[in-house]
Design a binder for this molecule. Structure first.
Ligand SMILES: C[S@@+](CC[C@H](N)C(=O)[O-])C[C@H]1O[C@@H](n2cnc3c(N)ncnc32)[C@H](O)[C@@H]1O
Length: 245
């Protein structure tokens, strides 16, 4: 499943590290407040760890989609791309007012580069992006969904939590200026506070000076130019932890 900022390429390395932390510290509560397309949680769940998974995101249609799939919902969409585009255009009209599972599924699966209704992505010869996305969900995620407690909330909802491993994959600071109004400095303050009673790990390309990277990962990222050409660039992402006084 294509998802803007999704951790498909680095999921294995990140989860190996999270697993070690869970086992070494006898963690029972795992919390992921920016779960997105579930690449990390689903990978972690493969390890059959004895932990509670709380996964959330502030995106209403996304969480509506995961909750509905957890209950057995199968999205119904046409194979024909022209028909699919009509459904996409129709749902897009209400993307700010309605947050149904179908808005979540079509908005993300057919949105260009995995961006919610970010322009209709046509797909390849072997089918539409909706089909590719559903096949990917079936292959990688569906069997794990029953283990997860889903919530739709802001990350600050976890204020006061103790003794958990909290893995955060927020919108990246250097991209948020253009795409959302996520306040990164407020977020780092929250991580400092939560790190007093929990183990908090953050995926980012950069962090304030009182954080250190415990795992550096080189990711081959496709960068699309205004003309639509894609060039590849190795980007180093860290897994950051607060240096406690
Ligand atoms: C980089 S993506 C996470 C990608 C995810 N790790 C994956 O592999 O698919 C960041 C996520 O943060 C969510 N988000 C943005 N602001 C948020 C907030 N204030 N509280 C909770 N989630 C938020 C977005 O909806 C998005 O799904």
């Amino acid at each position: 499943m294509h998802y803007l900022g999704g951790k498909f390429r680095s999921k294995k390395q990140i989860c190996e590290y999270l697993k070690e932390v869970i086992e070494k510290n006898d963690i029972k509560e795992y919390i992921e407040p920016f779960c997105g397309s579930l690449w990390i949680t689903s990978e972690l769940a493969k390890h059959d760890l004895d932990i509670n998974y709380t996964v959330s995101d502030s995106h209403k249609a996304l969480i509506a989609m995961w909750k509905e799939m957890q209950q057995g919902w199968i999205p119904d969409f046409p194979d024909d791309t022209t028909e699919l585009e009509k459904i996409y255009d129709n749902l897009k009209l209400t993307k700010h007012t309605e947050f149904t599972p179908m808005h979540g599924f079509i908005g993300f699966s057919c949105g260009y580069s995995g961006k919610y209704f970010g322009g209709f992505a046509r797909g390849h010869n072997d089918g539409s992006y909706a089909k590719t996305c559903w096949n990917s969900i079936k292959k990688h995620k569906l069997r794990h969904l029953s283990k997860f407690n889903f919530d739709c909330c802001d990350y600050t909802q976890y204020n006061g939590v103790k003794d958990a491993l909290i893995y955060c994959d927020p919108p990246y600071e250097k991209t948020t200026k253009y795409s959302s109004n996520f306040d990164s400095s407020q977020f780092w303050d929250w991580v400092r506070e939560m790190s007093k009673d929990n183990i908090v790990l953050v995926s980012e390309c950069q962090a304030p000076d009182d954080f250190q990277s415990v795992l550096d990962i080189n990711v081959d990222r496709g960068i699309r130019s205004g003309k639509g050409n894609v060039s590849y660039k190795i980007q180093t992402e860290g897994l950051y932890q607060a240096i406690l006084p």
